[in-house]
Design a protein around this ligand. Structure first.
Ligand code: NDP
Length: 288
């Protein structure tokens, strides 16, 4: 069933979201600070709202996808009371403190607030590979889930509005760790003349093979037992980590990405956990 939906924010992601909703047969109202960015969507049948108020008035389901929460605050600054009884789905990347503040403010106006974290790039939206994390009002999620399914898989994480943002940032941490590690590795290999394309057939299967360690690490982390059946102990691995940092320097590569890993490994070692698995480093991360 199609419903009127308003989207505020037509950057790369907002445009992809809007296209997916149009593809699913929804009637869309679109607003963007720079109005011309709506032209292609209007050509596909979306209604152009000239003001934020017009966009809010047009729909009961309001989706926001802006650069940051400062942009969300600026956009909603004058329309708070209009949000009473509306569902607001905010898919802007943010921090838990920002999410709490905006959830409280919009709920104060009588809105149902759902926060979201998009785990996809714009071209992935609408494909089975895209998934979106949601948290906040269960009523809002129940009421909107049919429409939100147009974006990809939906994961509702619970009523606390910060769950989606924290999980989103956690998943992005894993991604940036992977990207940073890959870039450092490629720079180090490049110091002896290996091109990125030549290195790829080595690094890609290596990373895929190392991913298989995660279920074992997850079990160790949840049980707190990093000492049972250890195959690759921290004392041994910390030699390799320090070798990476030292060799990077001598090869003319900035070791900045790997230095924090060395510090954490040394801290855990100093605590007397050299015979544990490397998963135990999480204990020093948690201790701050
Ligand atoms: P873009 O830079 O393409 O678009 C930013 C949007 O925010 C534009 O619509 C811009 O309007 C608007 N905007 C910025 N500042 C203001 C303001 N002060 N008032 C009103 N509107 C403002 O970003 P994306 O679309 O790529 O990203 C949007 C959100 O989606 C971000 O939170 C991002 O983290 C998230 N996301 C993006 C992904 C991606 O790969 N692109 C992946 C996952 C999440 P204007 O056109 O007028 O400048």
């Amino acid at each position: 069933m199609s419903k009127t939906i308003s989207i505020l924010g037509l950057g790369a992601m907002g445009t992809a979201l809007d296209n997916a909703l149009i593809d699913a047969g929804n009637v869309m109202t679109v607003w963007n600070r720079t109005q011309t960015r709506a032209d292609a969507l209007v050509a596909r049948g979306a209604r152009r709202a000239k003001t934020v108020s017009e966009a809010i008035a047009a729909s009961d389901l309001i989706i926001l996808c802006l650069t940051d929460y400062a942009a969300v605050d600026a956009t909603l600054a004058d329309v708070g009371p209009m949000l009473a009884n509306k569902t607001v789905v905010n898919l802007t990347n943010g921090r838990p403190d920002e999410v709490r503040a905006i959830a409280a403010r919009l709920e104060g106006y009588g809105a149902r607030y759902l926060d979201g974290g998009i785990m996809a790039t714009p071209p992935m939206i609408g494909s089975p590979h895209a998934f979106i994390l949601y948290s906040g009002s269960a009523d809002a999620f129940e009421g909107a889930k049919e429409q939100l399914a147009a974006f990809g898989q939906s994961h509702y994480l619970g009523e606390d509005p910060i769950f989606a943002a924290v999980n989103d940032l956690a998943l992005l941490s894993a991604m940036y760790g992977l990207f940073g590690g890959y870039l450092h590795a490629t720079a180090l290999a490049g110091s002896v003349g290996v091109t990125a394309k030549q290195f790829l057939p080595l690094v890609e299967p290596w990373l895929a093979a190392m991913m298989t360690a995660l279920p074992d690490y997850a079990e160790r982390i949840d049980s707190g037992d990093h000492a049972r059946d250890v195959m690759s102990n921290l004392a041994m691995q910390s030699v390799a980590i320090t070798n990476i940092v030292t060799a990077s320097r001598s090869q003319g590569i900035d070791p900045a990405f790997m230095e924090p890993m060395e510090r954490l490994a040394q801290k855990r070692l100093a605590g007397g956990f050299g015979t544990d698995e490397i998963s135990g480093i999480i204990e020093v991360m948690r201790a701050k």
